[in-house]
Ligand binder design. Structure first.
Ligand SMILES: O=C(O)CCC(=O)C(=O)O
Ligand SMILES: [Fe+2]
Length: 335
């Protein structure tokens, strides 16, 4: 039955990775209708709509086309995702477009990507979230091209490839926020991705915080909750005027709140300020290397969103395909 392939929604944890997954897939005819609507709204050939200066227009076009095309059950699931505090949502079989070569230096002509940008920003709107960028990362641009950038060789960054980007949360050097309406002072609550190409079949891996901590001795958990850590900004952040990186000093790695445990973690940028704190970090790191992961290989036309306060993610080292055809995800922060 067509309706089944249209709105396949599943919440599953078959591999014990502790991820509450919402898995949605559009039927081909829904995908095609959505693509046609977007094309019609955007005009053909695409006008020069820029991701940054025209974000509000692109979001409006995307949200309008999505609302008029997606089945009600999918729209309801999207609207409820952030409030339900689910971990990961995947929406497959979205429209694609003609894509330029992968911009391996990190930046390309954004207005060539109107259709998929309007989709991504439209989905963020339907999720009830605010897309945003910060001025000290990605040149302040809203969408990060997650590509194997040769200039990032040897770094643990979303632009890296030759080095494993170990389990982490994004921008863990910022304090956890309340429910403030300005997301910038805090780590991004959610990361969204639209996959353009991934011929190398590199997985983006996820583990839920409860699974990540399960089985650790109480003294390790107590130590990780203590304000005994120095967390620096990741390699993707610009350095400050004195050549150093921003840092949060005297903070904890995990924090207990009404919605459960929240985590800030990046092994590469976090140090214990005491020997015991360092040992607790080492124990967590060792534990994580043995924890089962949810490891989807994002395929072209897939959208994924996850909760960056409740889920750790990583990407293993890989050999990039030739520059123009190399792996390319489009990432946008949303809070
Ligand atoms: O390359 C990936 O799959 C994830 C990269 C990453 O950690 C990020 O974009 O924040
Ligand atoms: Fe990341």
């Amino acid at each position: 039955m067509d309706a089944l392939s249209e709105t396949l929604t599943a919440s599953s944890d078959v591999d014990g990775h502790g991820i509450a997954l919402t898995d949605l897939r559009l039927a081909d005819r829904v995908r095609d209708a959505l693509g046609a609507r977007l094309q019609e709204a955007l005009g053909d050939p695409f006008p020069k709509l820029d991701t940054d200066t025209d974000a509000a227009i692109l979001a409006r076009i995307g949200a309008h086309a999505l609302r008029r095309t997606l089945p009600a059950s999918v729209l309801d699931t999207l609207a409820g995702f952030a409030g339900a505090r689910s971990d990961v949502l995947v929406l497959s079989n979205l429209p694609q477009q003609e894509f330029p070569p992968t911009p391996v230096n990190g930046f390309g002509e954004e207005s060539d990507l109107c259709l998929v940008t309007s989709l991504q920003l439209g989905l963020i709107a339907l999720l009830g979230l605010t897309p945003y960028a910060v001025d000290y990362e990605n040149s302040g641009k809203l969408i990060r091209n997650v590509v194997p950038n040769p200039e990032a060789a040897g770094t643990t960054s979303s632009w890296g490839s030759d080095t494993e980007f170990f389990w982490h949360t994004d921008n863990p050097h910022l304090p956890f926020g309340g429910e403030g309406l300005n997301p910038r002072p805090f780590p991004p609550r959610f990361l969204t991705f639209y996959a353009v190409r991934n011929a190398e079949q590199v997985a983006t891996e996820f583990v839920g915080v409860d699974t990540a901590l399960r089985g650790l001795p109480d003294e390790v958990l107590d130590r990780l909750s203590a304000p005994e850590f120095l967390v620096k900004a990741p390699d993707s952040n610009d350095v400050t005027a004195d050549g150093d990186r921003l840092a949060l000093e005297g903070t904890s790695v995990i924090q207990h709140g009404p919605e459960g445990v929240l985590i800030r973690y990046d092994r590469g940028t976090t140090r214990g300020m005491t020997a015991a704190a360092d040992q607790a970090l080492a124990a967590l790191s060792e534990h994580l290397s043995r924890t089962p992961a949810f490891a989807p290989v994002l395929r072209p036309g897939q959208f994924l969103i996850f909760d960056n306060y409740r889920v750790l993610h990583r990407r293993k080292a890989f050999d990039p395909a030739p520059p123009g055809t190399a792996r390319w995800l489009r990432r946008c922060y949303a809070s």
